[in-house]
Design a protein around this ligand. Sequence first.
Ligand code: ZN
Ligand code: ZN
Length: 108
Amino acid sequence: MRFCDKCGALLMPGKGKTLSCPSCGKRVKAEKIVIKEAGEKKHAKLKKAPQEIKATEPIVDAMCEKCGNKKAFWWTAQVGAAGPGAEEIPDVEFYRCTKCNNTWRKSG
Ligand SMILES: [Zn+2]
Ligand SMILES: [Zn+2]
């Protein structure tokens, strides 16, 4: 709050960034109220680890549908669990393009 230094009346918010005295009409510039924020906002960047390509996987001739590259890492994995009645878990062949990391699978 500010008071008029001319007549001592309480200044009221006027037009724009001014305070005006309702008693004598004196106008003064409103002071900026600076509120300092406690502490700085720290932008913690979450770094996502890129999918690492296992260098031990063999590279085979496989056509990448995404970029047309003809070399891909190849490995097999058993996908799914053997439930009752399931005789065996089929091996699924996986391919990952050496160029664009496009990964696809081929079962059977
Ligand atoms: Zn005044
Ligand atoms: Zn590709």
